[in-house]
Design a protein around this ligand. Structure first.
Ligand code: G6Q
Length: 549
């Protein structure tokens, strides 16, 4: 392993820029955005970047030009440029799994060369895209028939985590472009309710299951897949029906075959695509069937445009870099623990949930690439809901609570569903919220409204609460690709600076093993229990009261 893959030689907290940021912090934490804007009338236009069709206004942050200069210096000292080049080159930057990290190859144009172990992976990517296209078209055009000869009207994706959240989010986000005469469902939870509710009104003769699992061994997915197989075989009366009602997306041909799916109906992806980075691989098959191959390719083109921007733009004009650096500024210097993502677009209702996995599974790490415990904070908690709904619930805490919560507002110039003045009202709320968060309302302003003195403190808004605003034309497949990739690379930027492995997930692997150990203890009430006293008591209680069938 080269030292380069282990990150820069100097520990983060000893880098010159880090120390300079620490020294600079008191001046900024004591400054109010009201003053920053008053002293620099063009701040709002200056601290904004437009690239690849996305406009990022980062002026409403607790940062000056000096802050940005130091953060950019930190990026340089942390070897961000080298890390980016290493990723795009196909180096094995996922050191703990000894894997390349090449979701960027999923949107590379035919003709590009990206080598993994000496082999160009781009032709394989396009071969799978071609296979997905042919299959999606066959289903959409009613040529792929179920066992009894009926066309497919229902598509159920079975997968969990990275094999679920991307497809669900993309389906919801691009519903406007989806086939309205087809039904798309997503089953992820091992809770039987998920399967039951997803299938109860579906006609099995018209239902196709896509079993999406990189490993094809995940407990939840395999349990649901077996249940689905019994459902099809039970309802259609023939085992042979499986071939017409199941396809697989996986890296594990052997397990797919064992399950009984013909590998001709398997869509491949590769170990260099991490689960949470896989929605544009074959894991997106349900998305492609829903929105059509052309729209799917437009989404890839959007991601590609953001990849190119990230790879080539100078850091001071680089959207993912700027967002990543600001996240570090709040996380590591202000001690902010979370970031709220607030899309003002109903179709993006699952975007925060998707980002939770992308960001928290990637950067929720406590050791650096060399395995040493970090002495700084890593991944912030991501959360959020679409606006304006959130305004009527948790925004109160963002405005007047005791915690600092940087926000990302996302809005569009045009709506996909023009309806009276709805869109202007929606967007008025985006602008009003970020304005109120930044500038607040002083006690003098509150008094001037005639508020009695005893009530005044309750009605004061301190302001100085930071936000980014991201604007785009409208939510097209291409723009969705850009947004997803903006966050992918912002996560990358943060991970590179923290010198952590953003691409492994040992915490997830742990969960996969632990539950399997307890299953037999629940099924055999005589099994001896050797856990701690709490776990033992809980298991005994469950054994006693579970309904035996
Ligand atoms: C993602 C994680 C995890 C994974 C699921 C499903 O980055 O690794 O969320 O996607 O555990 O795994 P399989 O696709 O192997 O079933």
């Amino acid at each position: 392993m080269t030292t380069e893959t282990k990150g820069p030689s100097q520990p983060l907290t000893e880098r010159t820029a880090w120390k300079a940021l620490q020294a600079h912090f008191p001046a900024i934490s004591g400054a109010h955005m009201r003053a920053l804007f008053r002293d620099d009338p063009r701040r709002g236009e200056r601290m904004a970047v437009e690239a690849a069709g996305l406009y990022l206004d980062y002026s409403k942050n607790r940062a000056t030009d000096e802050t940005m200069r130091l953060l950019l210096q930190l990026a340089d000292e942390s070897g961000l440029r080298e890390r980016i080049d290493a990723m795009f080159r196909g180096d094995k930057i996922n050191v703990t799994e000894n894997r390349a990290v090449l979701h960027v190859a999923l949107r590379a144009p035919m003709g590009d060369t990206i080598l993994v172990d000496g082999k160009n992976v781009v032709p394989e990517v396009h071969a799978v895209l071609g296979k997905m296209t042919r299959f999606a078209d066959a289903v959409r055009e009613g040529e792929w028939l179920g066992y009894t000869g009926k066309p497919i009207r229902n598509v159920v994706n079975i997968g969990i985590g990275g094999s679920d959240l991307g497809p669900v989010m993309a389906y919801e986000a691009l519903r406007h472009y989806s086939r309205r005469d087809m039904t798309f469902r997503f089953v992820s939870n091992v809770d039987g309710t998920d399967f039951e509710e997803a299938t109860r009104d579906l006609n099995p003769e018209e239902t196709l299951f896509i079993v999406s699992s990189k490993t094809f061994t995940t407990l939840e997915t395999m349990t649901n897949a077996h249940t689905a197989r019994s459902w099809i075989v039970g309802k259609l009366g023939q085992h042979a029906a499986v071939a017409k009602h199941f396809v697989a997306v996986s890296t594990n041909a052997e397990e797919v075959e064992k399950f009984g799916i013909d590998t001709a109906n398997m869509f491949e992806f590769w170990d260099w695509v991490g689960g949470r980075y896989s929605m544009e691989s074959a894991i997106g098959l349900s998305t492609m069937i829903a929105i059509g191959p052309e729209n799917f390719r437009a989404m890839l083109a959007g991601s590609r445009a953001m990849d190119e921007h990230f790879r080539t733009a100078p850091f001071d004009k680089n959207l993912p870099v700027l967002m990543g650096l600001l996240a570090i500024w709040y996380n590591d210097f202000f001690g902010a623990e979370t970031i709220a993502v607030l899309p003002y677009e109903q179709y993006l209702k699952r975007f925060p949930a998707y980002l939770q996995q992308l960001t928290m599974e990637s950067n929720g790490k406590h050791v650096n690439l060399a395995g040493a415990k970090v002495d700084y904070q890593t991944g912030p908690i991501f959360w959020g809901e679409p606006g304006t709904n959130g305004q009527h619930s948790f925004y109160q805490l963002i405005h007047q609570g005791t915690k600092l919560i940087p926000c990302d507002f996302i809005g569009f110039y045009q709506t996909l569903n023009p309806l009276g003045n709805h869109h202007d009202l929606l967007m008025a709320n985006v602008f009003a919220q970020s304005e109120a968060l930044a500038f607040g309302k002083t006690v003098e302003e509150v008094r001037a409204e005639g508020t009695p003195e005893w009530l005044a403190p309750h009605r004061v808004f301190e302001g100085n609460r930071p936000s980014n605003t991201i604007l785009a034309e409208r939510l097209t497949p291409e723009v969705l690709g850009k947004l997803v990739t903006l966050y992918e690379h912002s996560v990358f930027t943060q991970g590179a600076i923290w010198s952590i492995d953003s691409f492994d997930q040992w915490g997830v692997e742990l969960g996969k093993v632990l539950a399997k150990r307890i299953v037999p203890e629940l099924e055999q009430s005589s099994a001896e229990l050797q856990h701690d006293s709490s776990t033992n008591a809980l298991i005994r209680r469950y054994r006693k009261y579970r309904k035996s069938d």
